[in-house]
Design a binder for this molecule. Sequence first.
Ligand SMILES: O=C(O)CCC(=O)C(=O)O
Length: 284
Amino acid sequence: MQTLTDAQRELWNSDGYLHLEGALSPEQVRFFSDEMDRIRGIPGYEPDPNPELPMGHYSWQDHAPDPTVGGFMDRRELLTYGQEFIDLVDASPIFDLIVDIMGTNIMLSMTQAIERPPSEKFPGYTHTDGGESLRMIRPVPNSPPIALKAMYLLTDVTEEDTGNLTVFPGSHTRQIPFGGERTMTPYSPGAAQLMGKAGDVYLFPHSLWHGPAKNLGQQSRKVLLYNYCQLWVRTYDGDALPHVGQKCTARQRRLLGDLGYDFRPGSYFYVPRDQDDVILNAAG
Ligand SMILES: O=C(O)CCC(=O)C(=O)O
């Protein structure tokens, strides 16, 4: 399995994110981009932006799901849409690097496809993932993260304000004061709008302040997100396993929460004895 270079490790520790180029081939970019257009026409889960729901994140979206190709989309549970979505879960080399960063005791926690069309109205937003709870917890520098995201770009994002992922470098270990009068936005001091090409991936822990900038460009910005967590945290997506289990390798099944025996209360205390063997074996 590949590991981070020393330079990548240093950047990960200091800035709290990595930008890796060419993680997807041009054919994969085209495929997943077309798939996003296809699955838009299939019923599937998208969060309701209704602000009465107790889900603060979604009230910031200021968007409802849109059936029109090119419109806003926030589709979840991607593994149900085909083998290619399953195989991205542990595709090398990005999965190798995730294991190097997090260790082997991990699982997939959520998948998501987001499309952000050009809009004069959408102001962007920033947050940490895991909501108010995880935000209180700052891992010590160089600790493996509790949870991490891989964001695959399916569109070039080479200018500011084209739906860029915006990050506050270093905020994964240094809490940013917020609340009260102070609202962090992608335009607050310390924010960096990332550039990238279709096929690139950003890795960042849930504790890093981040979010989308405005999209004042000409095209909709499409991304896929695959989230991973330490095994005891468990998935916060729907339960994909019963639908896709038969199409998975042993490693993919483990990453989807199959511990190799029927889950029972207390199972999360210790990892299965064969965890390293399963996670380090791509062919499994
Ligand atoms: O860039 C986006 O559209 C949203 C990304 C984000 O905020 C997240 O991954 O939590």
